[in-house]
Design a protein around this ligand. Structure first.
Ligand SMILES: Cc1cc2nc3c(=O)[nH]c(=O)nc-3n(C[C@H](O)[C@H](O)[C@H](O)COP(=O)(O)OP(=O)(O)OC[C@H]3O[C@@H](n4cnc5c(N)ncnc54)[C@H](O)[C@@H]3O)c2cc1C
Length: 442
């Protein structure tokens, strides 16, 4: 049996490693466009924040480590053309045949067609190379403009601020930050933190043109409201899209956003062709709709499922994801899970929601701080379909318990209200914020 994997990172190398463990004799070839594999992209902002000095730390496992186990890795080789009928990948210099194919090409940052976007010092945040050029470009004197206030944009802001004295501004098209993930009350608290850190925030605004100097370096950005924001570094973090341009107009079924359609076994519409991770649309856990999650947690699980199913057809199913996310933004910590407001409203799901502001632990133990929790319940099923938290002192780690409740589809009733949560003065109060919220929901 011979399996070819296109894309050598979380999903691709996850499939390769697991498949080799399951069947030592399985011939595995990975085609990877970079010279390295297994990039831990999640670490990029923290490298820029100088949490560690060596960018190689971003690489979880080296090409040699995989090759030692008998996996062949073809680096700096990009797959552009697949002959699905004859099960062959065509390169200019050679053709490679396969029995099974895994497409794990991930997603790439959106670079909008803004005038002068090709100027120097306009960066995306996606690869080891991006991380290195960003860290080398930013100095204490830099004027950094971060475009987009999603998770990656905010992580970059926090880390640049920690590591340098650079001046930072954020521009966001929506009317508030983190709009896709959190409700208004939470965005407001994050925006207060942005202000406290002396970071300028432009909302309901967008860049229409970059201004560059005689050396082709960016020196400003013009907004749709005709303001000029002075900047010499731009971080583009307005989202990503599946890296599937080369698969358009082939037999492979894609969603409108270019994501590969897969079933619960991570099979595509073409026999023996599997796909997983950021290049796919995947099942949401609660309402079984399809969406692209762009999360390492999803890619990781799908890698195992693909390997299992290649080894023995249809043995593992992907049961869905909740889009559970956690982020630190300076002193604030935020966590969320489940369907967002846009989904709830579009699908006209009747809900009851409760927002509680409480304290994270007892008043007589130092560092007591505010903790916010929102729970949204589907009135028909009595199941929790969304939770959001913001706090400090790692108090939002309560999300782990809440995700367990959602995952088990536990009904919100008197029994759940008595859920046996722990109490000790440095951690919580006798009646925890979760108890208060559940009580109010009932
Ligand atoms: C800055 C940043 C921070 C993040 N933080 C988090 C986080 O905190 N938590 C979380 O859960 N997720 C996070 N993510 C998302 C997470 O990194 C991705 O969900 C995960 O890497 C997806 O894995 P993948 O294998 O599907 O894609 P990728 O990791 O993108 O791997 C795809 C690989 O395929 C290669 N490739 C593409 N096209 C071709 C081709 N035609 N031929 C050959 N090779 C090709 C690419 O170069 C790449 O190496 C973050 C992402 C970024 C960028």
């Amino acid at each position: 049996m011979k399996t070819i994997i296109i894309g050598g990172s979380t999903t691709g190398m996850g499939v390769a490693a697991k498949l080799k463990r399951l069947d030592e004799k399985h011939e595995i070839i990975v085609i990877q466009d970079k010279e390295y594999v297994s990039l831990g992209a999640c670490g990029i902002p923290y490298y820029v924040g100088r949490n560690f000095d060596n960018p190689e730390t971003l690489i979880a496992r080296k090409v040699e480590n995989f090759e030692e186990t008998g996996i062949r890795v073809l680096t700096k080789k990009s797959a552009h053309k697949i002959d699905f009928k004859n099960k062959v990948i065509n390169f200019e210099d050679e053709n490679i045949s396969y029995d099974n194919l895994v497409i794990a090409v991930g997603a790439k940052p959106i670079t909008p067609p803004i005038k002068n976007i090709d100027a120097n010092n306009i960066f995306t945040v996606n690869s080891k190379e991006d991380a290195i050029v960003i860290i080398n470009a930013i100095t204490d004197q830099s004027k950094v403009l971060v475009i987009g206030s999603g998770l990656i944009g905010l992580e970059m802001v926090e880390n640049i601020k920690h590591a340098t004295k650079a001046n930072i501004a954020i521009i966001e098209k929506a009317d508030r930050v983190l709009k896709n993930l959190f409700d208004e009350e939470f965005s407001k608290l994050v925006e207060e933190e942005i202000k406290n850190k002396n970071i300028d925030l432009y909302k309901e605004n967008e860049i229409v043109e970059f201004i560059k100097d005689a050396n082709n370096n960016v020196c400003g950005a013009k907004t749709i409201k005709s303001e000029i924001i002075n900047c010499d570094i731009v971080i583009l973090s307005i989202g990503v899209l599946p890296n599937t341009k080369f698969l358009k107009n082939t037999e492979l079924e894609l969603e409108n956003n270019g994501a590969i359609k897969i079933n619960e076994y991570c099979e595509t519409n073409i026999p023996n062709v599997y796909a997983g991770g950021d290049c796919c649309s995947s099942l949401s856990y609660l309402y079984k709709n399809n969406r692209t999650f762009y999360l390492a947690t999803v890619a990781n699980k799908q890698a195992k499922i693909i390997a299992n199913n290649i080894n023995k057809t249809k043995t593992s199913k992907f049961v869905g994801a909740l889009g559970t996310t956690i982020i630190r933004f300076f002193d604030l910590e935020l966590a969320r899970s489940g369907e967002n407001k846009m989904f709830i409203e579009t699908n006209k799901i009747e809900t009851k929601e409760i927002l509680i502001k409480d304290k994270d632990h007892t008043n007589y133990v130092k560092d007591q701080t505010d903790l916010w929790l929102k729970i949204i319940m589907d009135i028909e099923t009595k199941e929790i379909i969304n939770v959001q938290m913001i706090g400090k002192n790692k108090s939002v780690l309560r999300i782990y318990g809440l995700v367990g409740i959602i995952w088990a589809r536990t009904k919100v009733d008197e029994a759940l209200e008595q859920i046996d949560l722990p109490y000790s003065p440095p951690f919580s109060r006798t009646t925890d914020i979760i108890h208060i919220a559940l009580s109010k929901l009932i």
